[in-house]
Design a protein around this ligand. Sequence first.
Ligand code: SF4
Length: 890
Amino acid sequence: MSNNVKTTCPYCGVGCGILAGLDETGKVSIKADPDHPANFGRLCSKGAALADSLSMEGRLLYPEIEGTPHSWDNVLDYVADKFRDVIEKHGPDALGFYVSGQLLTEDYYVANKLMKGFIGSANIDTNSRLCMSSAVAAYKRAFGSDSVPCAYEDLERAKLVILTGSNTAWCHPVLYQRVVKAKKENPDLMVVVIDPRKTPSCDIADLHLAIKPGADHRLFNGLLVHLHDAQESNPLFVNHHTEGLDAALACAREQAASIEQVAASCALAADDVRRFYKLFARTERVVTVFSQGINQWSYGTDNANSIINCHLLTGRIGRPGMGPFSLTGQPNAMGGREVGGLANQLAAHMDINSAADRDRVQRFWRAPNMVQGEGLKAVDMFRAVADGKIRALWIMATNPAVSLPDNAQVREALKKCEFVVVSDCVRKTDTTQFANVLLPARTWGERDGAVTNSERRISRQRAFIPAPGQARADWWIISAVAKRLGFAEAFAYQEPVDIFNEHAALSGFENNGQRDFDISALAGLTDAEYEHFQPRQWPLTAEQPDGVTRMFSDGRFFTESGRAQFIAVAASQPVNPPDAEYPLQLNSGRVRDHWHTLTRTGKSARLSAHIYEPFVELNSEYAKKNYISEGELLCVRSRWGSAVVRARLREDLAPGSVFMPIHWNDQFASDARVDALVNPETDPVSGQPEFKHTPVQIETYAANWYGFVLSRRRLEMQQLDYWACSKGKNLWRYEIAGKGMPEDWAGCARRLLCQTAEKVEWIEFFDKGQSRYRAARIEDGRLESCIFIGPEVTLPDREWLSKLFASDSLDDKERGSLLTGRPASAEEDSGRIVCSCFGVGIKTIEKGIREQGLQSVEAIGEALRAGTNCGSCVPEIKAILFSSINQQQK
Ligand code: SF4
């Protein structure tokens, strides 16, 4: 039993502190750590529901070769023999490692050391390439180092917070709540949101610039010109601490002769642009938060540099309440950067293209096969797999068969690859199906190590539950392979602290203040010091053992001249613009309560209740013109692939834009992978793919029937044309649809719901004239599963039906209600869940507004508790309130 173990959330880059516990009954408790400086006692809906994700369901428990369990020794020998064989026959570059921002720093460090110093290849890249490598490249171009200048407290100390390409409310919810609170306490704090979509982050925006997708650099280039011409720059800072302004300004000026020109190129009103520029010019304390909406373009690095340029021109960096602030998507994207987790990086922020840095690392590691230059970045790595240049691939803690663009090609590459090893904690993912070898890894709650959040703060993840089966830590697995490859001495780690100490020592090795990443104060931690490590922001040196809140406060940068660099940013547009055949622009991103490819959050009924089906958002007017209705199934198609998803209509989305979430995969839907559609263009500097833009067309899916299934057991739905599955309380829920009209509904339904041959009690109702079919399977008086089919999208509500699964027996009324499709009692359906923390549905909120006269978010919170915990649903509650009051006034 362990209680209040201090650990860190494994989801986003905010890196919230958690107090986790396990009681004698095996129940996990999760609480926000009131003392962690990232969250000070707050958690978002995902963090709060972490206990749900820890079930053993679907875990990979034993090492396997070609689907057969083997001992660790056998499997490790097998992997090492295969790798050795590939290296001997084809050279070290025939091997690839594809790793993850989910890894802990120690895992990441060991993987990089093995590949870049001992195997002798830089073909190791990470899924962090997909979320923030453009920010890394931009910082390096501007500062000479990958240094995030800001701290979270700057968001509270700012007078103007700009959220650009960042739906912070959903993707970094606790940080967003910090800004909400700061704004409440200080109404003078202005918030500008720059986003083509009206996202929940706009809830607190004083100004929302619904910019043309991909035009951010044009807006910031215009700002650079405006600041300069309006004499709002900081000449002292520019003259003493920067270089390259003239070229950057000249380049920007070509696109920004006037505010009107900028506004036209960004599809914004000139007055709004003027207002934004004036706000920026007149506010000294400005933080510009940017994230995937800036990074995920084929010119994402330029996007980011256009932002940084404006901060350099005004000298708004290195001081409280200001700076260009990249938020990372993953919990340890920053730790991965520290250890050189990208194919174009070297450990401890050293330069892989510098002979001196390579020599330094080689001497420190005593590496026999030091890499000689950059390796292949993620998209190119999988192209090399497809071409047969990479013959063996080790994938760790990530799901590239879902998450890489041009997914069909990635799957082809994996199919063709001679030898695929996957380390994961989940047995069945879209990627594990391609593995020759599966290695069971420990997951959150079972492993120990360090992570670094978006503000450079290193925290500990600590184990508080025992690892199941034969799951091992990733660092242990990698070291065990390294030993078998002949590198026993260099990988003789006993505990994560051994690795952390080496990582810290390397950061200080021959550093002398020349490199930004220096945590040498942490080299030589004892076991107890490592165990009790308190979150701190790097650099952490002998002079600054408690860390540094913000970088560059002395105006010294890590370029050769010590000056920050302005970067000339030319006007760009996507390589594949929309055309007559593919006229719409597809944007992709996260939803509030899900994470990555659903391997964790898909296990939580609480989190799945908010949005339980993949969808495409499109403009209501566009939909009307094209005879598309809400809830209809649509086929979204690009030149690279297609997906079938539910239509959601929005008035506030630009007519030419559509949006799809990134989370759904073949384990949760028949055909809803957004990356099957996404084009494979990458940024030439950062290698980051263009997830925010792909030209697509949309057509109706023309289903002849729609339906849903609720079942206590997970069912196989492969026989259906369309299905999407989500976890409910005590059940799995399937939305289904089909094109053909079966002759025998009863037979079809029985095949779906009774996938075993046992005898069951079966009740059914069939209205042939109206093509309506309902049936339920009952076992020992208890509802086991039910199916509802009809000709229209609109079907009976599901929430009251779900409640029937909570009971151990059905009475006659309930049996009747199953067949009529209406609740047995007058009790109303609570509707789709809005507040995940307290399970409050949309209908309950609407009823409260209507019947109890709840006229504010606060009143709703007081009466129904909705929105009073993590606050993530507050923007949605406001929207419901607004729409309900409007309805009442009509
Ligand atoms: Fe986890 Fe939410 Fe905090 Fe992100 S904001 S670290 S998902 S609790």
